[in-house]
Design a protein around this ligand. Structure first.
Ligand code: UDP
Length: 374
Protein backbone atom coordinates (compact mmCIF):
# COMPACT_ATOMS: atom_id res chain seq x y z
CA UNK A 1 0.00 0.00 0.00
CA UNK A 2 1.20 3.49 -0.79
CA UNK A 3 0.93 6.21 1.79
CA UNK A 4 -1.00 9.41 1.07
CA UNK A 5 2.18 11.47 0.62
CA UNK A 6 3.51 9.09 -2.07
CA UNK A 7 0.15 9.03 -3.83
CA UNK A 8 -0.04 12.80 -3.89
CA UNK A 9 3.53 12.96 -5.27
CA UNK A 10 2.56 10.50 -7.97
CA UNK A 11 -0.42 12.68 -8.91
CA UNK A 12 1.88 15.67 -9.19
CA UNK A 13 4.28 13.72 -11.34
CA UNK A 14 1.39 12.63 -13.60
CA UNK A 15 0.25 16.22 -13.92
CA UNK A 16 3.73 17.02 -15.28
CA UNK A 17 4.00 13.85 -17.48
CA UNK A 18 0.49 12.63 -18.29
CA UNK A 19 1.81 9.82 -20.55
CA UNK A 20 3.71 8.22 -17.66
CA UNK A 21 7.27 8.37 -16.35
CA UNK A 22 10.18 6.29 -15.11
CA UNK A 23 11.47 6.01 -11.57
CA UNK A 24 15.24 5.94 -11.77
CA UNK A 25 17.32 4.28 -9.09
CA UNK A 26 21.15 4.78 -9.03
CA UNK A 27 21.12 6.02 -12.61
CA UNK A 28 19.07 3.20 -14.16
CA UNK A 29 15.30 2.97 -14.54
CA UNK A 30 13.70 0.56 -12.08
CA UNK A 31 9.94 1.25 -12.52
CA UNK A 32 7.67 2.65 -15.23
CA UNK A 33 4.59 4.42 -13.91
CA UNK A 34 1.79 4.43 -16.47
CA UNK A 35 -1.75 5.76 -16.63
CA UNK A 36 -4.10 2.82 -15.98
CA UNK A 37 -5.52 2.97 -19.54
CA UNK A 38 -2.05 2.65 -21.08
CA UNK A 39 -1.20 -0.22 -18.71
CA UNK A 40 -4.43 -2.02 -19.66
CA UNK A 41 -3.80 -1.56 -23.40
CA UNK A 42 -0.25 -2.87 -22.96
CA UNK A 43 -1.46 -5.98 -21.13
CA UNK A 44 -4.17 -6.49 -23.73
CA UNK A 45 -1.73 -6.13 -26.63
CA UNK A 46 0.67 -8.62 -24.99
CA UNK A 47 -2.18 -11.09 -24.63
CA UNK A 48 -3.39 -10.42 -28.19
CA UNK A 49 -0.05 -10.66 -29.91
CA UNK A 50 0.28 -14.33 -29.06
CA UNK A 51 -3.38 -15.26 -29.51
CA UNK A 52 -4.69 -17.31 -32.41
CA UNK A 53 -6.52 -15.05 -34.82
CA UNK A 54 -10.25 -15.67 -35.07
CA UNK A 55 -12.16 -12.40 -35.19
CA UNK A 56 -11.26 -9.84 -37.83
CA UNK A 57 -12.33 -6.33 -38.71
CA UNK A 58 -12.24 -5.80 -42.48
CA UNK A 59 -12.38 -2.18 -43.58
CA UNK A 60 -13.55 -1.83 -47.17
CA UNK A 61 -14.90 -5.39 -47.06
CA UNK A 62 -17.73 -4.48 -49.46
CA UNK A 63 -15.23 -3.42 -52.14
CA UNK A 64 -13.57 -5.42 -54.90
CA UNK A 65 -10.61 -7.15 -53.23
CA UNK A 66 -12.12 -6.84 -49.74
CA UNK A 67 -15.30 -8.75 -50.63
CA UNK A 68 -13.40 -11.67 -52.20
CA UNK A 69 -11.21 -11.85 -49.09
CA UNK A 70 -14.22 -11.71 -46.76
CA UNK A 71 -15.69 -14.68 -48.61
CA UNK A 72 -12.49 -16.67 -48.23
CA UNK A 73 -12.25 -15.76 -44.53
CA UNK A 74 -15.83 -16.91 -43.95
CA UNK A 75 -15.16 -20.15 -45.86
CA UNK A 76 -12.34 -20.75 -43.41
CA UNK A 77 -14.65 -19.98 -40.46
CA UNK A 78 -13.10 -16.72 -39.34
CA UNK A 79 -15.51 -14.37 -37.60
CA UNK A 80 -15.70 -11.24 -39.75
CA UNK A 81 -17.02 -7.73 -39.20
CA UNK A 82 -17.00 -5.46 -42.25
CA UNK A 83 -16.74 -1.69 -41.88
CA UNK A 84 -17.46 0.08 -45.17
CA UNK A 85 -18.97 3.44 -46.11
CA UNK A 86 -20.36 1.98 -49.37
CA UNK A 87 -18.91 4.84 -51.40
CA UNK A 88 -17.70 2.31 -53.98
CA UNK A 89 -18.55 -1.04 -52.38
CA UNK A 90 -21.76 -3.08 -52.57
CA UNK A 91 -23.56 -4.07 -49.36
CA UNK A 92 -24.64 -7.43 -50.83
CA UNK A 93 -20.99 -8.36 -51.46
CA UNK A 94 -20.25 -8.93 -47.75
CA UNK A 95 -22.27 -12.16 -47.68
CA UNK A 96 -22.96 -13.43 -44.17
CA UNK A 97 -20.30 -11.30 -42.45
CA UNK A 98 -21.54 -8.74 -39.94
CA UNK A 99 -21.80 -5.37 -41.64
CA UNK A 100 -21.36 -1.91 -40.16
CA UNK A 101 -21.89 1.03 -42.48
CA UNK A 102 -19.52 3.81 -41.54
CA UNK A 103 -16.37 5.69 -42.23
CA UNK A 104 -13.08 5.71 -40.39
CA UNK A 105 -13.03 9.49 -40.43
CA UNK A 106 -15.57 8.91 -37.61
CA UNK A 107 -13.25 8.32 -34.65
CA UNK A 108 -16.08 7.84 -32.15
CA UNK A 109 -17.52 5.10 -34.32
CA UNK A 110 -14.11 3.39 -34.50
CA UNK A 111 -13.66 3.54 -30.72
CA UNK A 112 -17.16 2.15 -30.23
CA UNK A 113 -16.63 -0.70 -32.71
CA UNK A 114 -13.30 -1.67 -31.12
CA UNK A 115 -14.84 -1.53 -27.65
CA UNK A 116 -17.89 -3.60 -28.54
CA UNK A 117 -16.18 -6.23 -30.69
CA UNK A 118 -12.98 -7.80 -29.47
CA UNK A 119 -10.93 -8.17 -32.63
CA UNK A 120 -7.80 -10.27 -32.95
CA UNK A 121 -6.68 -8.48 -36.14
CA UNK A 122 -7.65 -5.95 -38.80
CA UNK A 123 -7.48 -6.07 -42.60
CA UNK A 124 -7.43 -2.58 -44.03
CA UNK A 125 -8.67 -2.39 -47.62
CA UNK A 126 -10.69 0.83 -47.53
CA UNK A 127 -8.93 3.51 -49.57
CA UNK A 128 -9.18 5.91 -52.47
CA UNK A 129 -7.49 4.18 -55.40
CA UNK A 130 -7.57 6.15 -58.64
CA UNK A 131 -4.21 7.37 -59.84
CA UNK A 132 -5.47 10.19 -62.09
CA UNK A 133 -7.93 11.41 -59.47
CA UNK A 134 -5.11 11.45 -56.91
CA UNK A 135 -3.12 13.80 -59.13
CA UNK A 136 -6.09 16.13 -59.57
CA UNK A 137 -7.23 15.94 -55.94
CA UNK A 138 -4.37 14.92 -53.61
CA UNK A 139 -6.23 16.31 -50.58
CA UNK A 140 -8.81 13.54 -50.89
CA UNK A 141 -6.04 10.92 -50.98
CA UNK A 142 -4.16 12.24 -47.95
CA UNK A 143 -7.45 12.47 -46.11
CA UNK A 144 -8.68 8.94 -46.75
CA UNK A 145 -5.43 6.99 -47.14
CA UNK A 146 -3.31 8.71 -44.50
CA UNK A 147 -5.59 10.52 -42.02
CA UNK A 148 -8.19 7.74 -42.19
CA UNK A 149 -5.45 5.14 -41.74
CA UNK A 150 -4.05 6.96 -38.70
CA UNK A 151 -7.53 7.07 -37.14
CA UNK A 152 -7.73 3.32 -37.64
CA UNK A 153 -4.35 2.42 -36.16
CA UNK A 154 -4.85 4.83 -33.25
CA UNK A 155 -8.14 3.13 -32.43
CA UNK A 156 -6.39 -0.24 -32.71
CA UNK A 157 -3.58 0.74 -30.36
CA UNK A 158 -6.08 2.19 -27.88
CA UNK A 159 -8.02 -1.08 -27.89
CA UNK A 160 -4.88 -3.23 -27.73
CA UNK A 161 -5.44 -4.78 -31.19
CA UNK A 162 -1.95 -5.17 -32.58
CA UNK A 163 -2.13 -7.06 -35.88
CA UNK A 164 -2.89 -5.48 -39.23
CA UNK A 165 -2.83 -6.58 -42.87
CA UNK A 166 -2.63 -3.52 -45.12
CA UNK A 167 -3.53 -3.20 -48.82
CA UNK A 168 -0.52 -1.46 -50.29
CA UNK A 169 0.30 -1.12 -53.96
CA UNK A 170 3.04 -1.50 -56.56
CA UNK A 171 2.41 2.23 -57.11
CA UNK A 172 4.84 2.83 -54.20
CA UNK A 173 7.74 1.99 -56.55
CA UNK A 174 7.06 4.62 -59.22
CA UNK A 175 9.13 4.13 -62.39
CA UNK A 176 11.08 0.94 -61.62
CA UNK A 177 14.84 0.86 -62.16
CA UNK A 178 14.88 -2.90 -62.57
CA UNK A 179 12.33 -5.49 -63.58
CA UNK A 180 10.96 -7.67 -62.03
CA UNK A 181 10.85 -5.41 -58.96
CA UNK A 182 11.76 -6.76 -55.53
CA UNK A 183 10.59 -5.31 -52.22
CA UNK A 184 14.06 -3.87 -51.54
CA UNK A 185 13.87 -1.62 -54.64
CA UNK A 186 13.81 2.11 -54.05
CA UNK A 187 10.37 3.65 -53.75
CA UNK A 188 9.77 6.87 -55.68
CA UNK A 189 6.02 7.10 -56.20
CA UNK A 190 5.04 9.18 -59.22
CA UNK A 191 1.56 10.10 -58.00
CA UNK A 192 -0.21 10.95 -54.71
CA UNK A 193 -1.97 7.57 -54.67
CA UNK A 194 1.36 5.70 -54.46
CA UNK A 195 2.77 8.35 -52.13
CA UNK A 196 -0.07 7.95 -49.63
CA UNK A 197 0.28 4.15 -49.68
CA UNK A 198 4.02 4.47 -48.98
CA UNK A 199 3.37 7.04 -46.28
CA UNK A 200 1.03 4.64 -44.48
CA UNK A 201 3.55 1.78 -44.80
CA UNK A 202 6.04 4.05 -43.03
CA UNK A 203 3.54 4.94 -40.34
CA UNK A 204 3.15 1.22 -39.67
CA UNK A 205 6.90 0.85 -39.27
CA UNK A 206 7.06 3.59 -36.64
CA UNK A 207 3.93 2.33 -34.86
CA UNK A 208 5.57 -1.07 -34.59
CA UNK A 209 8.56 0.28 -32.68
CA UNK A 210 6.55 2.63 -30.47
CA UNK A 211 3.27 0.78 -29.85
CA UNK A 212 3.94 -2.86 -30.71
CA UNK A 213 1.68 -2.82 -33.78
CA UNK A 214 2.61 -5.69 -36.11
CA UNK A 215 1.70 -5.52 -39.77
CA UNK A 216 1.97 -7.09 -43.17
CA UNK A 217 1.76 -4.68 -46.12
CA UNK A 218 0.84 -6.40 -49.37
CA UNK A 219 1.96 -4.49 -52.44
CA UNK A 220 -0.60 -5.49 -55.08
CA UNK A 221 0.25 -5.49 -58.74
CA UNK A 222 -2.70 -5.39 -61.19
CA UNK A 223 -5.67 -6.96 -59.42
CA UNK A 224 -8.07 -8.48 -61.92
CA UNK A 225 -10.65 -11.24 -62.36
CA UNK A 226 -13.87 -12.00 -60.50
CA UNK A 227 -15.95 -14.72 -58.89
CA UNK A 228 -19.23 -14.34 -60.80
CA UNK A 229 -20.79 -17.52 -59.39
CA UNK A 230 -20.66 -15.88 -55.95
CA UNK A 231 -21.88 -12.53 -57.25
CA UNK A 232 -18.46 -10.98 -56.67
CA UNK A 233 -16.37 -8.80 -58.94
CA UNK A 234 -15.27 -5.22 -59.55
CA UNK A 235 -17.91 -2.53 -59.49
CA UNK A 236 -19.12 -2.56 -63.11
CA UNK A 237 -20.81 0.81 -62.86
CA UNK A 238 -17.66 2.48 -61.48
CA UNK A 239 -14.68 0.75 -63.05
CA UNK A 240 -14.20 2.73 -66.21
CA UNK A 241 -10.45 3.11 -65.95
CA UNK A 242 -8.85 -0.34 -65.79
CA UNK A 243 -7.70 -2.09 -68.91
CA UNK A 244 -9.52 -5.44 -68.69
CA UNK A 245 -13.01 -4.04 -67.90
CA UNK A 246 -12.49 -1.51 -70.68
CA UNK A 247 -11.47 -4.08 -73.28
CA UNK A 248 -14.48 -6.18 -72.24
CA UNK A 249 -16.77 -3.16 -72.63
CA UNK A 250 -15.48 -2.87 -76.19
CA UNK A 251 -16.09 -6.61 -76.72
CA UNK A 252 -19.68 -6.13 -75.50
CA UNK A 253 -20.14 -3.18 -77.87
CA UNK A 254 -20.73 -0.83 -74.92
CA UNK A 255 -17.90 1.31 -76.26
CA UNK A 256 -16.89 1.60 -79.88
CA UNK A 257 -13.20 0.77 -79.39
CA UNK A 258 -10.36 0.40 -76.93
CA UNK A 259 -7.69 3.06 -76.91
CA UNK A 260 -4.18 1.78 -76.31
CA UNK A 261 -2.29 4.36 -74.26
CA UNK A 262 0.98 4.54 -76.18
CA UNK A 263 2.92 2.07 -78.35
CA UNK A 264 6.33 3.68 -78.11
CA UNK A 265 7.49 2.16 -74.81
CA UNK A 266 10.70 0.18 -74.61
CA UNK A 267 8.88 -3.18 -74.62
CA UNK A 268 8.57 -5.98 -77.17
CA UNK A 269 5.48 -4.56 -78.90
CA UNK A 270 5.84 -0.99 -77.62
CA UNK A 271 2.84 -1.14 -75.26
CA UNK A 272 2.94 -1.18 -71.45
CA UNK A 273 3.54 -4.40 -69.58
CA UNK A 274 1.72 -5.22 -66.34
CA UNK A 275 1.53 -8.15 -63.94
CA UNK A 276 -2.14 -9.20 -63.65
CA UNK A 277 -2.97 -11.16 -60.51
CA UNK A 278 -6.31 -12.84 -59.88
CA UNK A 279 -8.31 -11.32 -57.05
CA UNK A 280 -8.73 -14.79 -55.49
CA UNK A 281 -4.95 -15.20 -55.38
CA UNK A 282 -4.79 -11.81 -53.66
CA UNK A 283 -7.43 -12.93 -51.17
CA UNK A 284 -5.38 -16.06 -50.42
CA UNK A 285 -2.30 -13.87 -49.79
CA UNK A 286 -4.26 -12.02 -47.10
CA UNK A 287 -5.08 -15.19 -45.21
CA UNK A 288 -1.42 -16.24 -45.31
CA UNK A 289 -0.47 -12.78 -44.04
CA UNK A 290 -2.80 -13.24 -41.07
CA UNK A 291 -1.18 -16.56 -40.29
CA UNK A 292 2.22 -14.87 -40.41
CA UNK A 293 1.05 -12.39 -37.77
CA UNK A 294 0.06 -15.23 -35.46
CA UNK A 295 3.68 -16.22 -35.08
CA UNK A 296 5.76 -13.17 -36.09
CA UNK A 297 5.62 -9.63 -34.83
CA UNK A 298 7.19 -6.61 -36.54
CA UNK A 299 6.65 -4.99 -39.93
CA UNK A 300 6.59 -7.09 -43.10
CA UNK A 301 6.26 -6.12 -46.75
CA UNK A 302 5.47 -8.44 -49.68
CA UNK A 303 4.88 -7.97 -53.39
CA UNK A 304 1.84 -9.83 -54.64
CA UNK A 305 2.13 -10.46 -58.36
CA UNK A 306 2.69 -13.46 -60.58
CA UNK A 307 6.12 -12.47 -61.91
CA UNK A 308 4.78 -12.75 -65.48
CA UNK A 309 3.99 -9.57 -67.42
CA UNK A 310 1.58 -9.04 -70.34
CA UNK A 311 1.51 -6.11 -72.73
CA UNK A 312 -1.68 -4.18 -73.51
CA UNK A 313 -1.79 -5.81 -76.97
CA UNK A 314 -1.41 -9.29 -75.45
CA UNK A 315 -4.36 -8.55 -73.16
CA UNK A 316 -6.50 -7.45 -76.10
CA UNK A 317 -5.51 -10.62 -78.01
CA UNK A 318 -6.41 -12.82 -75.06
CA UNK A 319 -9.77 -11.08 -74.65
CA UNK A 320 -10.52 -11.72 -78.34
CA UNK A 321 -9.55 -15.36 -77.83
CA UNK A 322 -11.75 -15.82 -74.73
CA UNK A 323 -14.78 -13.88 -75.98
CA UNK A 324 -14.55 -14.88 -79.64
CA UNK A 325 -15.26 -11.25 -80.59
CA UNK A 326 -13.35 -8.72 -82.63
CA UNK A 327 -12.21 -5.74 -80.66
CA UNK A 328 -11.72 -2.46 -82.51
CA UNK A 329 -8.75 -0.54 -81.16
CA UNK A 330 -6.82 2.60 -81.78
CA UNK A 331 -3.39 3.68 -80.66
CA UNK A 332 -3.50 6.82 -78.56
CA UNK A 333 -1.03 8.91 -76.61
CA UNK A 334 0.71 7.73 -73.47
CA UNK A 335 -1.23 8.18 -70.23
CA UNK A 336 0.60 10.49 -67.82
CA UNK A 337 2.51 8.72 -65.06
CA UNK A 338 2.36 5.22 -66.62
CA UNK A 339 5.59 3.25 -66.15
CA UNK A 340 6.42 1.09 -69.18
CA UNK A 341 6.84 -2.13 -67.23
CA UNK A 342 5.57 -3.17 -63.79
CA UNK A 343 6.23 -6.79 -62.99
CA UNK A 344 6.62 -8.26 -59.52
CA UNK A 345 9.44 -10.28 -58.15
CA UNK A 346 7.24 -12.26 -55.77
CA UNK A 347 9.82 -14.75 -54.55
CA UNK A 348 9.70 -13.38 -51.01
CA UNK A 349 6.00 -14.11 -50.44
CA UNK A 350 6.38 -17.49 -52.15
CA UNK A 351 9.34 -18.41 -49.98
CA UNK A 352 8.21 -16.98 -46.64
CA UNK A 353 4.43 -17.45 -46.76
CA UNK A 354 4.12 -20.31 -49.22
CA UNK A 355 1.90 -18.23 -51.54
CA UNK A 356 1.61 -19.35 -55.14
CA UNK A 357 -0.65 -17.85 -57.80
CA UNK A 358 -3.19 -20.42 -58.96
CA UNK A 359 -4.97 -18.54 -61.72
CA UNK A 360 -3.55 -17.70 -65.14
CA UNK A 361 -4.43 -14.88 -67.50
CA UNK A 362 -7.07 -16.94 -69.26
CA UNK A 363 -9.02 -17.56 -66.06
CA UNK A 364 -8.65 -13.90 -65.10
CA UNK A 365 -10.20 -12.85 -68.39
CA UNK A 366 -12.81 -15.62 -68.51
CA UNK A 367 -14.07 -14.79 -65.00
CA UNK A 368 -14.10 -11.04 -65.80
CA UNK A 369 -16.02 -11.73 -69.00
CA UNK A 370 -18.61 -13.86 -67.17
CA UNK A 371 -18.95 -11.13 -64.57
CA UNK A 372 -19.23 -8.30 -67.05
CA UNK A 373 -21.85 -10.10 -69.15
CA UNK A 374 -24.10 -10.77 -66.13
N1 UDP B 1 -4.50 1.02 -70.63
C1 UDP B 1 -4.77 1.27 -71.97
N2 UDP B 1 -6.03 1.63 -72.33
C2 UDP B 1 -7.03 1.77 -71.42
C3 UDP B 1 -6.76 1.51 -70.06
C4 UDP B 1 -5.48 1.14 -69.70
O1 UDP B 1 -3.90 1.16 -72.83
O2 UDP B 1 -8.15 2.12 -71.82
C5 UDP B 1 -3.15 0.60 -70.23
C6 UDP B 1 -2.50 1.52 -69.21
O3 UDP B 1 -1.81 2.54 -69.86
C7 UDP B 1 -1.59 0.54 -68.47
C8 UDP B 1 -2.29 -0.79 -68.57
O4 UDP B 1 -3.26 -0.65 -69.60
O5 UDP B 1 -0.36 0.43 -69.15
C9 UDP B 1 -3.00 -1.17 -67.30
O6 UDP B 1 -3.76 -0.06 -66.88
P1 UDP B 1 -4.77 -0.12 -65.67
O7 UDP B 1 -5.43 1.23 -65.58
O8 UDP B 1 -5.65 -1.30 -65.83
O9 UDP B 1 -3.85 -0.40 -64.41
P2 UDP B 1 -2.57 0.39 -63.83
O10 UDP B 1 -1.38 -0.38 -64.32
O11 UDP B 1 -2.62 1.79 -64.29
O12 UDP B 1 -2.74 0.26 -62.36
Amino acid sequence: MLDNKTISELYQAFAASPNGFLIVDSGSPSFAVLPYKAYKALRQSQANSSKKINKILVTGGAGYIGSHTVRLLREQNYEVVVLDNLSTGRGEAVGDAKFIEGDFSDRDLLDRVFLEERFDAVMHFAASIKVDESVANPAKYYESNVVGGINLVNAMVKAGVVRLVFSSSAAVYGEPQISPIGEESVCHPTNPYGETKLCFENILKWYSGAYGLSSVSLRYFNAAGALPEAGLGYNRSLDHTHLIPRVLDAALGKTSEIEVFGNDYDTSDGTCIRDYVHVLDLAAAHILALTKLETDSGTHIYNVGTGRGYSVLEIIDEVMEVTGRMIPMKIGARRAGDPGRLVANSQKIQRELGWKPEYDLKSIIQSSWDWQKQ
